[in-house]
Design a protein around this ligand. Structure first.
Ligand SMILES: *[C@@H]1O[C@H](CO)[C@@H](O)[C@H](O)[C@H]1NC(C)=O
Ligand SMILES: *[C@@H]1O[C@H](CO)[C@@H](O)[C@H](O)[C@H]1NC(C)=O
Ligand SMILES: *[C@@H]1O[C@H](CO)[C@@H](O)[C@H](O)[C@H]1NC(C)=O
Ligand SMILES: *[C@@H]1O[C@H](CO)[C@@H](O)[C@H](O)[C@H]1NC(C)=O
Ligand SMILES: *[C@@H]1O[C@H](CO)[C@@H](O)[C@H](O)[C@H]1NC(C)=O
Ligand SMILES: *[C@@H]1O[C@H](CO)[C@@H](O)[C@H](O)[C@H]1NC(C)=O
Ligand SMILES: *[C@@H]1O[C@H](CO)[C@@H](O)[C@H](O)[C@H]1NC(C)=O
Length: 398
């Protein structure tokens, strides 16, 4: 039997040469497993041959229809017309007229569009899974009826165990280490906070943000413990400038709900700081932050720059900004072309906006994605696969 890499008896040089041998073995092993096709393709072909799963966590902007399967009221669902009208031609449960950011990320990664994790029937979890749920917060108390972050984490751990049962530990661990963990969390926590604390002091805001980020950090660490290494975080959007909130607060023109803008910015600043810290604490931790706040804000402020006509008012809904009620009340209004609108309903970007946002996320090359683009994260080989495998002496079963 080969000694474990962590054995104290081996010198560093020997350990590193065994390590590199094991690494080459693993590359060979994984290329046999995953890329049986020709290795002669050009660079883009190679990227396409790679198989990287995506596990999606988050709230309504990422939900592919999980809420269809929850016992919650109509205000927490989007499985009725006109949702889905631009692309799917039927309401899937997505809070959008078409595809969302995780759908475009799946397209870029050569994966199928998302089915809800809760949808009955069989799923191929080698491609990942989407646990996102409209109205879900990091904190359970923000909306206990949804798949809040700890519930999504619990489901993810069940999927990880299932993969290990079905494919064996070594293959499952490689899938988990190479996968991208794409998430969108926090917006619901802050909207619910503002509903219950209408004029929070700066100290209250800071304490609340610390609590949300503290709990989110726990979730990230548990995903890491389960074998995740590559994370893509969509930060909290410009909540106070959504038509829904402008309408709720009776604002007009370019005015936004400033307290929500401030608390979202505070969250985003702390998220940036915490991810930098995590990278120094957790070996092999890699990440992307996608600046949803500033990219969507720019679309709202300069709609024509992106090919939109309207950003203050949603395509679908009722009220001064069509901020609520899309498909939910009989008298709702619907625009003739959702592509002209940044927002499809009062709280969610249109498919056209999501396609532009996804381009920022995937391709980078703007100030909106750092320190990597999702494409770079996708191409990154997890450096810790060897350590994970060797810890359990799993290589010997190969
Ligand atoms: C599941 O997806 C993987 C990766 O795309 C593929 O290799 C495998 O054949 C699929 N399994 C089934 C049962 O469809
Ligand atoms: C906040 O209150 C508004 C108005 O009552 C309500 O429509 C909205 O759902 C609430 N938001 C959250 C996240 O609780
Ligand atoms: C997580 O949230 C709870 C409230 O739900 C809070 O009591 C706890 O301190 C938070 N944890 C962290 C690490 O911030
Ligand atoms: C907005 O206007 C409505 C109707 O005038 C009023 O009931 C509501 O309290 C106002 N909301 C805020 C946040 O000022
Ligand atoms: C994040 O770090 C920067 C630089 O150290 C600091 O100025 C900022 O206050 C931090 N943000 C938060 C929310 O703590
Ligand atoms: C939307 O903008 C485009 C290009 O700027 C223009 O051709 C079109 O007429 C506008 N549509 C409406 C309804 O104003
Ligand atoms: C990742 O590994 C593959 C072989 O499995 C190799 O072709 C590719 O260049 C590696 N990518 C990076 C960024 O190291």
């Amino acid at each position: 039997m080969l000694p474990s890499l962590s054995s104290g008896k081996m010198g560093p040089a020997a350990a590193s040469s065994i390590r590199s041998l094991l690494y080459r073995l693993l590359l060979l092993y994984s290329s046999l497993l995953i890329a049986p096709a020709s290795s002669q393709g050009d660079e883009s072909r190679q990227a396409n041959n790679k198989h990287v799963a995506i596990f999606v966590f988050g709230d309504s902007v990422y939900d592919p229809g999980n809420n269809n399967y929850l016992y919650i009221g109509i205000e927490g669902k989007a499985n009725f017309t006109p949702y889905g009208e631009s692309f799917f031609k039927y309401p899937t449960g997505r809070f959008c007229d078409g595809r969302t950011v995780p759908d475009f990320a799946a397209i870029y990664s050569n994966l199928p569009l998302w089915e809800p994790y809760l949808q009955p029937g069989s799923h191929n979890f080698s491609n990942g899974a989407n646990f996102a749920s409209g109205g879900a917060g990091v904190l359970e108390e923000s909306n206990p009826n949804t798949l809040y972050s700890q519930k999504q984490l619990k489901y993810f751990k069940e999927v990880a165990n299932l993969l290990k049962q079905q494919l064996g530990d070594a293959v499952a661990k490689k899938i988990l280490a190479d996968a991208i963990y794409l998430s969108s969390f926090g917006g619901v926590d802050y909207m619910s906070f503002i509903n219950s604390t209408s004029n929070p002091t700066e100290l209250q805001q800071q304490e609340y943000v610390n609590m949300v980020i503290g709990n989110f950090t726990d979730v990230i660490k548990e995903i890491y413990e389960t074998g995740g290494r590559k994370f893509a975080f969509q930060n909290v959007g410009p909540l106070g400038c959504q038509p829904e909130l402008k309408q709720q607060y009776n604002l007009s023109g370019g005015a936004c709900v400033e307290v929500l803008q401030a608390i979202a910015s505070l969250h985003n600043s702390l998220l940036s700081n915490v991810t930098t810290e995590l990278q120094s604490q957790l070996s092999g931790f890699e990440y992307v932050i996608f600046d949803f706040f500033n990219s969507l804000n720019d679309m709202i402020n300069y709609p024509t720059k992106y090919g939109f006509n309207v950003s203050e008012i949603a395509c679908c809904g009722i009220g001064s900004h069509r901020g609520s009620g899309c498909g939910r009340v009989k008298e709702y209004e619907l625009c003739s072309d959702p592509n002209e609108y940044v927002f499809f309903d009062g709280g969610h970007p249109s498919e056209h906006a999501d396609s532009i946002l996804s381009d920022f996320l995937w391709n980078g090359g703007s100030d909106y994605t750092w320190p990597l683009s999702m494409k770079q994260l996708y191409k990154l080989n997890s450096t810790t696969v060897i350590e994970i495998l060797s810890e359990d002496k799993l290589l010997f079963t190969m």
